[in-house]
Design a protein around this ligand. Structure first.
Ligand SMILES: Nc1nc2c(c(=O)[nH]1)N[C@H]1C(S)=C(S)[C@@H](COP(=O)(O)O)O[C@H]1N2
Ligand SMILES: [Mo]
Length: 296
């Protein structure tokens, strides 16, 4: 795996950004925001934007891959606020614009792997979750971070049906949440995060199956217990809390050994799935001594 860090771009190439960051319409300004730094973690070709913004799982809008792009257009992702609470020194509810102000954005080209056997390579734009965590000053006993998607049945038609337990919830162990690869995303390619991909704020954890990447986040809670997660509640024998990409542990109903690249030719062969989705060098040490068959 190739890690190319271009924080060594000549500083003269970087337009000063504070003016953008203080603007109330920060997100609107993103389109013209220069890339502050770029972390490319794969040599694989980018998935076309059209595929990323049409083929997706967002059950609040329907269980078909095209439902979110069909039904998500009118969703109101602005104004938006996020509540940070639980075991931390600085709980509060923050307007998203204010929350983003002090954070330089980074482009992160990540491989993403859905538990259903498809994958994409996505140029996310966001900032490390650990930036937000540090600002919240979690207490020593906070060992997990829980996330919650907005509950808005008037805007999200499937929340009127008990297909899943709403709101969608997810969680990470504190060390996973603090890991520099774990990011909060506000844009992709050169545009503000589209509704279908979890506007205006979603998580991306590239060594885990896609469902850990909770969309349209309204709440971040520090806990001293392993928080419930939507897919684990739904089918505990199929989806565990950790959900690390692992070609050696099959889903009870199908193999996880290979994946199909969305956006590639339908004739291209499936490719082998990599342990931790190829991020093992960076994250394997988080799981030293754990039986990953038991803690799937
Ligand atoms: N709130 C919410 N977040 C969600 C989902 C969802 O149904 N609801 N689906 C998950 C699944 S299964 C996947 S694969 C990714 C897909 O989104 P992406 O293609 O934008 O990464 O979103 C995840 N986040
Ligand atoms: Mo998924």
């Amino acid at each position: 795996m190739l890690i190319k860090k271009s924080t060594d771009i000549a500083s003269s190439e970087i337009t000063p950004r504070p003016t953008y960051l203080r603007r109330r319409d920060f997100l609107a300004a993103l389109v013209t925001l220069p890339t502050v730094s770029r972390l490319v973690t794969t040599t694989d070709a980018l998935t076309p934007k059209a595929a990323i913004t049409s083929y997706t799982n967002f059950y609040e809008f329907g269980s078909d891959k095209g439902d979110a792009s069909r039904n998500g257009g009118a969703f109101k992702a602005s104004p938006w606020s996020v509540t940070v609470d639980g075991l931390c020194g600085k709980p509060g509810t923050y307007a998203l614009d204010d929350m983003l102000k002090p954070h330089p954005l980074e482009e992160r080209v990540y491989r993403m792997r859905c538990v259903e056997g498809w994958s994409m390579v996505i140029p996310w734009v966001g900032f490390p979750l650990n930036v937000l965590i540090k600002e919240a000053e979690p207490l020593g006993k906070a060992s997990f971070v829980a996330f919650e998607t907005i509950l808005a049945p008037d805007q999200m038609p499937n929340q009127k049906h008990q297909i899943l337990q709403w709101p969608y919830v997810e969680g990470l162990r504190m060390d996973e949440a603090m890991h520099p690869l774990t990011i909060l995303v506000v844009a992709l390619y050169d545009q503000i995060l589209p509704n279908v991909d979890g506007a205006p704020l979603r998580l991306a954890v590239p060594w885990k199956y896609g469902f850990k990447g909770i969309k349209s986040i309204v709440k971040v809670t520090f806990t001293d217990f392993m928080p419930p997660t939507t897919w684990n509640q739904m089918a505990p024998n199929e989806y565990g809390f950790y959900s690390n990409v692992n070609p050696h542990v099959d889903h009870p109903r199908w193999s996880q050994a290979t994946e199909r690249k969305i956006g590639a030719s339908i004739f291209s062969p499936k490719q082998p799935t990599l342990m931790f989705n190829g991020y093992g060098d960076q994250v394997a040490s988080l799981y030293t001594g754990m039986d990953l068959r038991k803690y799937y």
